[in-house]
Design a protein around this ligand. Structure first.
Ligand code: ADP
Ligand code: MG
Length: 257
């Protein structure tokens, strides 16, 4: 079992504090969801966990099995088993999906064993085709440039394809459902369900409850104003679906009484 622990995290962007003391413990084997309205700092949390240079951690800690994640470079975080599926994935013209994924797999293998010769081409093709079929991504995608001209739904599926191919220990999925119709949401959810198991921890960041109909989270956290204000089970998501974020804290405080 691995553990990702965020403790009293404070993060600023260009001098203004966005995350204001956020704590969260995730273990492999668990799926967590963070739900929050727009502008509450969800993407800031995701970027901070992956080491984006614009986000300044002013206090708190993030550790992975006791190792200081904040001291690691972004590539070191990836090698340690962290993965981020972006809310707005960037296009990388000139780099095909196949090349990108093969390079990523091989750099991970070489980090573990400097003499590694890399994944055999046939093994890689089989892995890629299997995963593309699972996500209903057309096979000619492999040769297309990463996210270049992709629709919103295609970009999200390619993020999940990366996750399935790289097999991270912890994945943070930043609004994997945004802009998707219900069929595409189901495919993305299936991808997460395929990863689900004792060696995987997932953090699904979302504004809406609907993806959680297809990936049942073990824990739901509500994020408002840069902190987690409530944690519970799937019933929290249902409350938000029914009543919205407006007045959530008062409702929650009443329930606690
Ligand atoms: P969420 O993902 O929950 O919608 P974000 O983390 O994207 O929220 O944004 C949180 C706050 O930080 C917002 O008020 C947003 O305007 C601000 N913010 C995000 N990125 C930047 C940036 N690069 N520069 C300045 N402010 C930013
Ligand atoms: Mg966001």
């Amino acid at each position: 079992m691995a553990q990702l622990e965020i403790n009293n995290l404070h993060v600023s962007i260009e001098g203004s504090e966005i995350i204001k003391g956020l704590s969260l413990v995730m273990r492999t084997g668990e799926i967590h969801a963070i739900m929050g309205p727009n502008g509450t700092g969800k993407s800031t949390l995701a970027y901070t966990l992956m080491g984006h240079p614009n986000y300044e951690v002013t206090a708190g800690s993030v550790t992975l099995d006791g190792e200081d994640v904040l001291a690691m470079e972004p590539n070191e975080r990836a090698l340690a088993g962290l993965f981020l599926a972006f809310q707005y994935p960037s296009a990388v013209p000139g780099v095909s999906i196949a090349n990108f994924l093969r390079t990523a797999i091989n750099s991970k293998r070489r980090a573990l064993d400097p003499d590694d010769k890399g994944i055999a081409l046939l093994d890689f093709r089989r892995l890629l085709i299997d995963n593309m079929n699972r996500l209903k991504v057309s096979q000619d995608f492999a040769g297309r440039y990463l996210n270049d001209g992709f629709s919103g739904g295609e970009k999200k599926r390619v993020e999940v394809l990366q996750m399935l191919t790289l097999q991270p220990r912890f994945a943070i999925l930043d609004e994997p459902d945004s802009g998707l119709d219900i069929d595409a949401i189901k495919i993305v959810a299936d991808g997460v369900n395929l990863m689900r198991g004792e060696n995987f921890g997932g953090l699904i960041i979302t504004h809406y409850q609907r993806i959680l109909n297809y990936v049942t989270p073990d824990f739901v956290h509500v994020m408002l104003g840069g902190r987690i204000v409530a944690s519970g089970g799937a019933e929290l998501a249902l409350d938000l679906e029914e009543n919205g974020y407006e007045g959530f804290e008062e409702r929650w405080a009443q329930k606690a009484r």
